[in-house]
Design a protein. Structure first.
Length: 419
């Protein structure tokens, strides 16, 4: 795993009894993987096989200076970025650049969120920093690393003021990994192993952002083969098979994890078997991951959509057959889920199977969708079903529509980690 460590001042770390464990940790990590350290002052410090790069804190204060982090990330191409700072403006700029590139992040606070630390110069210094960027860093980091149990508890209950405690953590993804220098019998390689496990857990928690174009294409093809019921119905060519055969274990891991999140894992596995692709599915239930807040929000929104009046009226519409009522209600539900960004790929595969393997009055469904004022949205939905799910024109109840709004829907689906 390629890791970029952001440490504002290496000199401070080397001179501190509390922080000097970091240098041994980085050196040990560099023995088994690619490690780069980004700092403002490296001096004559050596970190074994780890590469050291520098940045300008002054330039970071200006628009063009912030781009330096983007250039560094593009050059290093880390799989994860470990930020060792929580009150540093440059750290916030780096984290935002990581978000743009979907690079997972871990934040080590080094006891800088202890009540005594936060209360020091609170009104003149700490509160303005909180308002400007510090809470953003804490909230948006992929995971927070606590170095002892007291720090973990303080992070979990952190609020705007040290005397105020919150019931809901600003970031629930918190891991306790104590420095090897303070634990009897623990060595640098033990801590390195724990940190690598944390990095893997953070990366596994958001697989879509790290998927390449080829990996997304492979997932599409395998899903289509899995739901079509016949490999001849899918668009898998010999070139596609060669491409999938070239994917490594990490690539397949991301595909399997993302397909699990989207509820299409069984279809992908079925597609692998039908296409005879040499990839071994993993037991995704045994993979340690953080639960994204977005998934909890999605479940809440989906529950609210189920109470929608239009959907309720469609379910009780006596002018339609039982299947047509169910189909119209499902189409309306998915359309609303897209609108409120709580849809997943399983919703689309459900529509595919309903349209592909059932007989119904196409005119009745088309007219009913127009009556509800969603005719064009349904045509756009069918365009997506055609492009991404392989639904043929002969199974559609209306002509698919590919316009600017369709493009916006596609971008919205991509930005919400679907496809």
């Amino acid at each position: 795993m390629k890791v970029l460590h952001f440490i504002p001042s290496l000199k401070t770390v080397v001179c501190s009894e509390l922080l000097k464990y970091k240098t041994a940790l980085i050196e040990q990590m560099a023995e088994s993987g690619e490690v780069c350290v980004l700092t403002a002052d490296k001096g004559n410090i050596s970190l074994g096989k780890a590469e050291i790069r520098t940045y300008s804190p002054v330039k970071t204060l200006f628009g063009r200076g912030k781009r330096q982090f983007g250039k560094i990330l593009d050059a290093v191409r880390p799989e994860i970025v470990h930020i060792h700072a929580c009150w540093n403006f440059s750290a916030c700029c780096l984290l935002k650049e990581c978000e743009k590139r979907n690079i997972p992040t871990v934040l080590t606070t080094d006891r800088q969120l202890e009540p005594w630390h936060v209360s020091r110069h609170y009104w003149s210094h700490k509160l303005p920093l909180m308002l400007k960027y510090q809470r953003y860093i804490l909230k948006h980091a992929g995971a927070l690393h606590a170095t002892n149990r007291q720090e973990l508890e303080n992070i979990s209950s952190l609020n705007w003021h040290p005397r105020l405690k919150t019931r809901h953590s600003l970031n629930p993804n918190i891991a306790l990994i104590e420095p090897f220098t303070v634990v009897h019998g623990m060595k640098a390689d033990n801590m390195t192993e724990s940190m690598i496990k944390l990095y893997r857990k953070v990366a596994d928690s958001s697989p879509f952002g790290q998927m390449t174009k080829e990996e997304r294409h492979a997932e599409d093809l395998l899903m289509q083969a899995g739901i079509s019921g016949d490999i001849t119905d899918s668009a898998i060519t010999e070139a596609d098979k060669d491409l999938m055969a070239s994917l490594n274990n990490d690539a397949w891991r991301r595909i399997f994890l993302h397909s699990t999140d989207q509820g299409i894992y069984e279809y992908v596995k079925a597609g692998l078997k039908k296409a005879d692709i040499p990839a071994c599915p993993i037991d995704t239930d045994k993979v340690e991951r953080f639960i994204p807040k977005s998934m909890k929000d999605t479940a809440t929104k989906a529950g609210d959509i189920g109470k929608n009046r239009k959907i309720s009226r469609l379910k009780s519409d006596e002018t339609l057959s039982d299947f047509e009522r169910k189909l119209c209600a499902t189409l309306m539900t998915v359309s609303l889920k897209i609108k409120y960004s709580c849809v997943n790929r399983a919703d689309f595969t459900k529509i595919y199977k309903m349209l592909r393997f059932n007989e119904y009055d196409e005119d009745a469904v088309e007219n009913k969708m127009h009556d509800t004022g969603t005719g064009k949205n349904m045509a756009r939905l069918l365009q997506i079903m055609k492009e991404r799910y392989g639904l043929g024109d002969g199974f559609m109840f209306t002509e698919p529509l590919n316009d600017k709004k369709t493009t916006k829907i596609k971008k919205k689906l991509f930005n919400t980690a679907i496809q």
